[in-house]
Design a protein around this ligand. Structure first.
Ligand SMILES: NC(=O)c1ccc[n+]([C@@H]2O[C@H](COP(=O)([O-])OP(=O)(O)OC[C@H]3O[C@@H](n4cnc5c(N)ncnc54)[C@H](O)[C@@H]3O)[C@@H](O)[C@H]2O)c1
Length: 499
């Protein structure tokens, strides 16, 4: 059996969580810091302050490599900085690496002032930001450190992780769930749930992948109450009851609609999301928003219903038409703008252009999951995911959901949001990134801009007051809930329409 290795920043709770995981396996964990202290013959803090970081890292490297090469326990926890060593990184490849992801506040609360590298809050935060991409790149599984139950619930999935797949544990107020991302998962036979399964897909995906107990017509125009009724009746005709669950195999339309059907069928049964478009793999499959459109507005009828699991196979993207891949790229760019940091650097690279692969999908999923989880603390951060969507949705509504794909409209909405944010250089950069994947960067002259403006005012996020926009101060710095004067919105639409 592979060893489970817990990595993560100081204050993530690796040592104690390793203890509880090991206890469930009737074993004792090994903690690299404890072994190291034994060898050094004094507390790490003391040795560190006498001899400095460099000498410390050398000792740490040799102890950790030894532990990883000849593991004496099924669970090992590593000191926060151990993974900076290349030899350690190499040695980790043989094992299942779990990143206990801690946010800066929680980490500081636990470690602040108590560790050599935790004396100054700003440097502490910078170190955490610098380490995150490293932890992420090494991790087979990413589990939020917020609650112990997360790791306990994630362990069975981690231990049965199909080869080549990575897992993220999604935390949500109404239920946590595993997200598995791996090439070939669709045909691997892997399935996270027992019981009768009712698969909803659309005609295109159904034919390509030979799936579907019911197949809806492809495209946004099928995302209606009428289609939902047909699906619900097919579920009933198949005799599905509360012991069963729905599997939603397809793009965001199938995911939203089948999720909605699962949420209301017999007052709610589980849904497993199996996203097959880039839009759905990086965005719509996570977070539990489900629903259908009304002629009056997009997603006007819906409900929150968290998936029981999300199974993501990036290999499905190979059959996706180029325009659909482009539409998903707009969501990738949006996600990277929200995340900033390493994800933005990867996505904004032009030479060579960023590859759309398992790890990109995984990074985008992590970003979305982090935003959704943080909304539990009610800081309204989830609204930041609407970046580019206020105007994007209005463009879709004003054009009867027929002129643009959702992702294309989001790309246009992103550009308008950057105009509103007066981020002209960034707008030009984003326009370049969108155009490079064949996305429109100007609004078709035939689109009625007054109708778009009117649709913005009806935006469902409006709560009796003005329409809130998400503005951008730079990659990684987005501000939801901004009020913008009507003239500025009109001007952004004019700029979008081009000269
Ligand atoms: N719930 C959320 O949080 C959320 C977030 C973003 C978007 N959405 C919704 O998602 C929808 C857009 O999703 P979408 O862009 O995936 O559209 P989609 O579901 O219409 O899929 C696009 C097209 O690709 C086809 N397709 C799907 N997978 C394929 C594959 N592997 N190979 C070949 N063809 C394939 C489909 O048949 C369809 O014609 C919108 O309705 C939007 O509102 C929801």
């Amino acid at each position: 059996l592979e060893t489970l290795v817990l990595v993560g920043f100081m204050g993530a709770g690796k040592t104690s969580q390793a203890r509880s995981v090991a206890a469930e396996l009737n074993a004792r964990p090994v903690d690299s810091d404890a072994v190291l202290e034994e060898r050094l013959g004094m507390p790490i803090e003391d040795w560190f302050s006498r001899h400095g970081e460099r000498a410390f890292r050398e000792h740490e490297e040799s102890v950790v490599v030894e532990l990883l090469e000849n593991p004496t326990a099924p669970v090992i926890s590593l000191g926060g900085g151990a993974v900076t060593s290349e030899r350690v990184q190499q040695a980790l490849r043989r094992h299942t690496v779990i990143w206990l992801d801690v946010d800066s506040d929680a980490a500081w609360q636990r470690a602040g002032g108590r560790r050599p590298l935790a004396r100054d809050r700003q440097r502490f935060d910078e170190l955490l930001e610098a380490r995150r991409p490293l932890y992420e790149s090494l991790a087979d599984a990413v589990v939020p450190a917020t609650r112990r139950e997360n790791l306990r619930a994630a362990i069975p999935y981690i231990r049965s992780l199909p080869a080549g797949a990575r897992m993220a544990w999604a935390e949500a107020a109404s239920g946590s769930y595993p997200v598995l991302v791996g090439e070939g998962l669709l045909h691997s036979g892997y399935w996270p749930l027992d019981g009768p399964r009712f698969t909803v897909t659309d005609e295109t995906v159904g034919a390509l992948y030979d799936v579907g107990d019911t197949r809806i017509p492809p495209g946004e125009q099928a995302k209606t109450l009428a289609t939902a009724e047909a699906v619900l009746r097919a579920m009933a005709a198949a005799g599905l009851d509360r012991s069963g669950h729905v599997s939603a195999v397809g793009g965001g339309v199938v995911g939203d609609l089948a999720g909605f059907c699962a949420a209301v069928y017999q007052r709610g049964i589980p849904v497993v999301q199996v996203p097959t478009t880039l839009v759905s793999q990086v965005d719509s499959a996570y977070g539990g928003k489900t629903g259908v459109d009304l002629p009056e507005g997009k997603n006007y009828a819906g409900v929150y219903h968290q998936p029981t699991a999300v199974i993501v196979d990036p290999a499905a993207l190979r059959t996706l038409p180029a325009e659909e891949l482009g539409a998903g790229w707009a969501e990738v760019v949006k996600t990277a703008l929200i995340a900033g940091g390493a994800l933005w650097r990867r996505v904004s690279a032009t030479d060579p252009m960023c590859a759309i692969d398992r790890d990109l999908v995984f990074s985008c999923a992590l970003t979305k999951l982090a935003v959704v989880a943080s909304d539990e603390r009610d800081d309204g951060r989830r609204q930041s995911l609407n970046l580019g969507h206020t105007i994007g949705h209005a463009i879709e509504t004003a054009t009867g959901y027929a002129r643009y794909r959702h992702g294309e409209a989001v790309g246009l909405g992103l550009l308008a949001a950057l105009s509103l944010s007066e981020q002209h250089a960034l707008r030009a950069e984003v326009a370049g990134l969108l155009a490079a994947r064949g996305l429109p960067v100007t609004l078709d002259g035939e689109v009625d801009r007054d109708a778009v403006f009117a649709a913005i005012s009806r935006d469902k996020k409006r709560r009796g007051g003005p329409v809130p926009f998400v503005l951008v101060d730079g990659p990684g710095r987005v501000e939801p809930g901004c009020v913008v004067p009507d003239d500025a919105v009109r001007a952004a639409l004019e700029e979008l329409a081009g000269p």
